[in-house]
Design a protein around this ligand. Sequence first.
Ligand code: BGC
Length: 273
Amino acid sequence: MASHFDPAIPLAGHVAVVTGASSGIGLSVAEALAGAGAAVVVNYHSDNASADTLVDRIRADGGRAIAVGANVSDEAEVARLFDAAADAFGRIDILVANSGVQKDASIADMTLDDWNTVIGVNLTGQFLCAREAVRRFRTQPADRRPARSAGSIVTMSSVHEVIPWAGHINYAASKGGSRMFTRSLAQEVAADRIRVNAIAPGAIRTPINHDAWDGDEALEKLLRLIPYGRIGEPDDVARAAVWLASDAADYVTGTTLFVDGGMTLYPEFRDNG
Ligand code: BGC
């Protein structure tokens, strides 16, 4: 397919792999990519029922999708995930490396397993999936590309790629690492016409931070950190992912798009510090 950008279906003819797509931000991203015309591989770790429900919904809306289980921190499972994508749809154009977990504890109480699991899923998972995507982007025939780029990678970071977070050092370290992973990879593969960008969500209403927004008191406390005055919704992030993955963002690489309602704007200084 020759690349011809139609803003109404910006991802027509594209194939996308979205990791951690059975809930939260990943689910919304997968749905939005499908709505923008992409065939979507809905990766899940353990919740195959939610992944299947999403696939059914995408298909009912006339889209193309499959669900594939894989632990993104496992090298062999990641290879199988990309093989399944290629078997089902013949190619891959977009990776949204979204899988992420939190295992919160103060440092004295943080187990090595808490540390390794979070770094393994959030950071090593991005490495393994991006490596697989780059290998495949490089070997696919250029004349069959649906996009101007040879492929696009979007890593799911967090405001905690820049905001230190006591009690969550494993998570903040994984996202700080993801920031430099994304920028360094973007620099490395730009000459291949592969784009690599990050999205840094702030507080988004998903299961991962349920305790931070469930209940008036928790929400009021959270909103003090958000100048824009509302919690984010998963589709706030999904729209950014569609844009970054599409030809609309063809000259954008190595950047982090903050989708955070201003959480990174030092809200404590709103009233003159
Ligand atoms: C975390 C959430 C948190 C948000 C803002 C996200 O990356 O996963 O738990 O609410 O950052 O602090």
